[in-house]
Design a protein. Structure first.
Length: 256
């Protein structure tokens, strides 16, 4: 796709040249390391107690007590930091007046959006890759079931892809990066907690909100289950918000 490579390289350079990325990345790694340490410390305590009770020792599982909580914690951290990474994608272009220039180049709008989208997603995947070091470390001291680990990271990448697509859309709505970050976080939080309504609503509404809930679709991945319905949910979620962003930019260009 013409222009995609140039936009992708430009965005990657912008990320690694920005102090915001290093601040956000550092916070991400510190928080993920802290949560991993607390889960590991708790697992060590329970293992020590279980060593004195053979029956209790059979209930101790490294994946359930360390790996799965790690993915749950990472998902919450991503909910907080992804809006900070996506807020500048289009808002900065609009503020600097370069969005019109960028879209009038002999480059398709879709190539511009995909370049920004995939560059951001790659940055998040790199941050997630650093957290895998923790699991490799504990695998030296215990038995890790790598199936749920691989499926868990697959779920995290798919969820991050959905987060970035929504963040890209909210960044297109305003030229203020702070407003874009707040809109992005609020929208992501809505899709995060919407499943809670299902417990107090009727069967029909409950089924709908449970399907819309990002948390409901992440849970199977952390348990080692790869369900095509969950994969398609994240794929369609990302595709929908990229499409909305594309249509919004088209409408802005027509108004201009």
């Amino acid at each position: 796709m013409k222009g995609f490579k140039a936009v992708f390289k430009r965005e990657m350079y912008a990320f690694f040249a920005s102090p915001v990325f290093y601040v956000v990345g550092t916070i991400f790694l510190i928080l993920s390391g802290y949560f991993f340490y607390t889960s590991t410390a708790y697992f060590s305590l329970i293992s020590f107690q279980a060593a004195q009770n053979p029956y209790a020792g059979q209930q101790v599982n490294l994946n359930e007590m360390v790996v799965k909580p790690l993915f749950d914690d990472l998902s919450i951290i991503l909910l907080l930091i992804v809006p900070l990474l996506t807020m500048r994608l289009l808002a900065e272009e609009k503020k600097n007046g370069t969005i019109e220039l960028l879209l009038t180049y002999p480059v398709r709008e879709l190539a511009v959006l995909l370049g920004k989208y995939l560059a951001t997603l790659l940055v998040i995947v790199l941050l997630l890759a650093f957290t895998a070091v923790n699991i490799f470390v504990i695998s030296r001291f215990g038995v890790v079931d790598w199936g749920p680990v691989l499926s868990g990271y697959s779920g995290m990448v798919l969820m991050a892809a959905g987060f970035v697509s929504l963040g890209l859309f909210t960044s297109a709505l305003t030229q203020n990066q702070i407003v874009a970050a707040i809109l992005g976080f609020g929208a992501l939080l809505m899709f995060w907690i919407i499943g809670w309504i299902g417990s107090v609503s009727g069967p029909g509404i409950g089924q709908v909100v449970n399907y819309l809930s990002m948390l409901e679709h992440l849970e199977p991945f952390t348990k080692g289950v790869l369900d095509s319905r969950d994969i398609m949910y994240y794929f369609n979620f990302s595709l929908f918000f990229i499409f909305l962003t594309l249509r919004y930019l088209d409408s802005q260009k027509i108004r201009g």
